[in-house]
Design a protein around this ligand. Sequence first.
Ligand SMILES: Nc1ncnc2c1ncn2[C@@H]1O[C@H](COP(=O)(O)OP(=O)(O)OP(=O)(O)O)[C@@H](O)[C@H]1O
Ligand SMILES: [Mg+2]
Length: 155
Amino acid sequence: MPLICVCSPKGGVGKTTLTANLAYAFSRAGSKVLAIDFDVQNALRLHFGVPLSDTRGFVAKATETADWSQFVLTTGGNLFVLPYGEATEPQRVAFEERLTHDEHFLTRGLSSLLNYPGLIVIADFPPGPSPALKAMSRLADLHLIPLMADTASLS
Ligand SMILES: Nc1ncnc2c1ncn2[C@@H]1O[C@H](COP(=O)(O)OP(=O)(O)OP(=O)(O)O)[C@@H](O)[C@H]1O
Ligand SMILES: [Mg+2]
């Protein structure tokens, strides 16, 4: 179960684009791939043809659902996406609080997915630090960190 986190201190540097293209490339090469969106912008699913009007996702019901695999969408072939989905402010806050204070919350929610044989998991994050990135980093095999070709990033 390789788990890749695509994250960066910078915004707008191609994290979501990289996540989507890597997921697609791995699936085209024959692997089963799950792309997870931890960004409230909920944009990752758009790369896989999920309509803008589709509000489905895992965050809204994450605190009351033990197994988040039921929120996974099939995009065709070997490629699956777990969208952030539409969530109210209280739902988002509750999700982030559980991520922060319950160290088993994430592994429990994702456990059936993380234990799926051979599944490559690629997770997209909002810019900067976040409770989701902190929790996922404990499980990650690799972090991919796009930056800008500017002085601050180089420094
Ligand atoms: N390799 C690339 N070359 C040129 N433009 C790119 C490349 N990757 C992404 N872009 C463009 O950069 C913009 C930002 O991309 P993207 O949304 O993937 O960034 P992001 O880091 O996920 O942003 P955010 O921090 O808001 O989540 C988009 O317009 C995208 O098309
Ligand atoms: Mg993004």
